[in-house]
Design a binder for this molecule. Structure first.
Ligand SMILES: Nc1ncnc2c1ncn2[C@@H]1O[C@H](COP(=O)(O)OP(=O)(O)OP(=O)(O)O)[C@@H](O)[C@H]1O
Ligand SMILES: [Mg+2]
Length: 245
């Protein structure tokens, strides 16, 4: 579904992503791991059009999409969430998801339609499936951190992605929130036939759901493969696991 070829990004002479290649097969769950500053978020930004690569290609379903704007990629089925939560804090939970549906579907209001009815069923259905139905009328900014991350996932799903890139979906969550959130993500991926690619620091999460892991270090792929292969890889143990344990 997604082919990344030799992607590179230079910030003021600093090679943040240094020629990264990997594939994400349709329907798979893949993880990108690596220490702080390894280049994971930059790599996601290159794939999703938030940054322009200095070199390399991004191919989505056989189509070269390198350099396309985020909203164009979104229309082609590429969704994402952000490491720092990106919701509308002053709107209610319902309005947040409704806004995402409106921006995607373009079913605008007219004088005969009441705004709160637009995408009402879709919004409530999605809130149900992300476990936020009973908080629909709370102001989003007052949700717990875990709740806000859940909502952000909902915003991404309202855009009906085929492939979803999640940048540290459990960042800052408690152990219990992390467990619930991962279960939720796994279930949604299965129900919707989504392809998932995520970055994550929590190794328990990574090894519990990723089918394929790509390890970045200083902007380069130092290992890639099934969780067991990656876990055993001496290079990974040295530069990554070794650093954290
Ligand atoms: N806009 C920018 N301008 C200059 N340098 C940047 C910019 N964005 C990222 N960097 C640098 O590029 C490197 C990779 O950063 P990036 O955020 O991609 O790492 P990461 O793997 O996502 O780290 P973390 O695990 O902390 O989220 C870092 O050294 C960072 O300081
Ligand atoms: Mg990051």
């Amino acid at each position: 579904m997604l082919e990344v070829r030799d992607l590179a990004k230079i910030f003021d002479g600093f090679l943040a992503v240094a020629g990264v290649s990997f594939d994400v097969p349709s329907g798979s769950i893949g993880a990108i791991i690596g220490p702080n500053g390894a280049g994971k978020t930059t790599l996601f930004n290159l794939i999703t059009g938030h940054l322009r690569p200095d070199r390399g290609r991004v191919v989505l379903n056989g189509r070269d999409v390198t350099g396309l704007a985020p909203h164009d990629l979104c229309r082609l089925g590429l969704g994402r969430s952000f490491q720092r939560t990106n919701i509308f804090p002053r709107l209610t939970v319902f309005e947040n998801v409704q806004t995402a549906f409106l921006s995607h579907g373009g079913r605008g209001w007219n004088l005969l339609t009441r705004v709160e009815r637009l995408y009402r069923d879709e919004t409530l259905g999605l809130l149900q499936s992300i476990g936020l139905a009973d908080r629909a009328h709370e102001v989003a900014g007052f949700l717990s951190h875990g709740g806000q991350k859940q909502l952000e996932l909902g915003l991404a799903l309202a855009l009906e992605p085929k492939i979803l890139l999640l940048d540290e979906p459990t960042a800052g969550m408690s152990a219990a929130e992390t467990r619930d959130s991962i279960r939720l993500i796994e279930r949604l991926a299965r129900e919707r036939g989504l392809t998932l690619l995520f970055t994550e620091h929590d190794m328990e999460v990574v090894f519990s759901i990723a089918e394929r892991i790509t390890v970045l270090h200083q902007g380069r792929v130092i290992a890639a493969g099934a969780p067991d292969e990656v876990r055993r890889d001496p290079g990974v143990r040295r530069v990554y696991l070794g650093e954290r344990h």
